[in-house]
Design a protein around this ligand. Structure first.
Ligand code: FAD
Ligand code: EPU
Length: 336
């Protein structure tokens, strides 16, 4: 059923009150095809969980929400299992189901909001793991022709918070399923991320299981990231900048302990949250919106601010960080 002039507030984790001219949900490829037949040349907005989205105005087009479900083991051997998952499944529920089945590989990605179908969009990552590490292939519906194409790992061109679907093929495909390969035994436990190690130590766990890792990640995340059910947000608003070593060295002249991590091709990744905090923005509040108190990389809507408020704040932060450090922060969140 197509609804008209409906509020998208409950469909975006920022809790922005923008409206869509038309709105529908789909729970299969056939339903998707059916509603796209009624598109009438409207601009499309594909919604998963709306957790990486900033709506800056009413959407004068057709917003379609993905509810394609499914969890199917497509092959397995003694050590691994391949699972094809409907793109409208909730990501964290998928993670918990894997852990219950003792399937390893996604436990470090516990508690990331949103849908399975958006996981390859920006190659979601946290605590030393990215979706590309367990990804096999995905099926995507070509909006113009209605044909379904299978994309291999290589064709998705994953990068840090990047894929071909955020760049060259932006707006052309709707992801309908994703297939992941997980381990059934000999799990590769990734606990080297500092906060995970100390969380395990606090609980006196020496040989963590995938469930222990998931629990540690959930505890760490809950301690610093705001729960969108309480405070509107979309996680990290900016990407961590990847820069030449000379830029790091310049900052180190004034700040000896600037956090930095090795990146491919001899570059270094800096922590945008640290740069924003040094620039004095952490915890700043402007009436009903601001910068989160515990994590400067997260912009927050305390109650009914507009998407424009958040967008303008992000522009001010970009300009200030550029003036102070010579680094231009890039937004991670999709702006509509
Ligand atoms: P949406 O916001 O609905 O969509 C994101 C973009 O993808 C939009 O452009 C949309 O049109 C498009 N899209 C969605 N589904 C499809 C589809 N099926 N086919 C084609 N296009 C589609 N991200 C991380 O990587 N790591 C984190 O640790 C992390 N932590 C977060 C913590 C919080 C509290 C929040 C609120 C967000 C966090 N995020 C994180 C960001 C977000 O959860 C992820 O990017 C997630 O994958 C978005 O999923 P979604 O279904 O909500 O996407
Ligand atoms: N930091 C500060 N001040 C802050 C925030 C961070 O100084 O206000 C410093 C921390 O002390 C630490 C460093 O910055 O030295 C990194 O901080 P943290 O470990 O919290 O991670 P992050 O770089 O801020 C990234 C991802 C998160 C992901 C975590 C854990 C990006 C843009 N963000 O955050 O992903 O969950 O690492 O792996 O890469 C998201 O993409 O939405 C997201 C939440």
């Amino acid at each position: 059923m197509i609804q008209e002039d409906i509020s998208l507030k409950q469909y975006n984790t920022f809790g922005i009150k923008a409206k869509a001219k038309r709105f529908a949900t789909f729970s299969s490829k056939a339903e998707l095809s059916e509603i796209l037949n009624q598109r009438n040349n409207d601009e499309l907005l594909i919604l998963g969980g709306g957790s990486n989205l900033l709506l800056t105005k009413d959407f004068d087009g057709f917003a379609i929400r993905n509810e394609i479900k499914g969890f199917e083991v497509v092959s397995e051997d003694n050590n691994t299992v391949s699972i094809k998952v409907g793109s409208g499944e909730v990501w964290h529920e998928f993670v918990l189901r894997c852990i219950d089945n003792n399937y390893g590989g996604v436990e470090n990605l516990s508690l990331i909001p949103g849908s399975v179908g958006a996981s390859p969009m920006q190659n979601i990552g946290a605590y030393g793991v990215e979706i590309k590490d367990v990804f096999i292939e995905l099926e995507a519906y070509h909006i113009e022709t209605g044909k379904v194409k299978v994309f291999s790992h290589k064709e998705c061109r994953f990068g840090y918070r990047e894929s071909v679907f955020k760049r060259e093929l932006k707006g052309e495909y709707i992801i309908v399923s994703v297939t992941y390969r997980l381990t059934k035994n000999k799990h590769q436990i990734k606990a080297s991320y500092g906060a995970i190690l100390s969380e395990l130590e606090n609980n006196q766990i020496d040989s963590p299981t995938i469930k222990d890792i998931s629990n540690a990640v959930i505890t760490i995340r809950s301690s610093k990231l705001p729960d969108p059910k309480e405070i509107g947000n979309a996680g990290s608003f900016f990407k961590n900048p990847v820069v030449e070593k000379s830029i790091l060295e310049k900052i180190q002249e004034n700040y000896e302990n600037v956090p930095n991590y090795p990146a491919p091709n001899g570059l270094v990744k800096l922590a945008a949250g640290w740069l924003i905090e040094q620039a004095g923005w952490k915890g700043k509040t402007f009436g009903n919106y601001g910068v989160h108190k515990k994590q400067a990389l997260v912009l927050v809507n305390y109650s009914d601010c507009t998407g424009e408020n958040i967008l303008n704040l992000s522009t001010q932060i970009i300009e200030d960080v550029k003036d102070r450090f010579g680094i231009t922060l890039e937004r991670e969140v999709n702006i509509v």
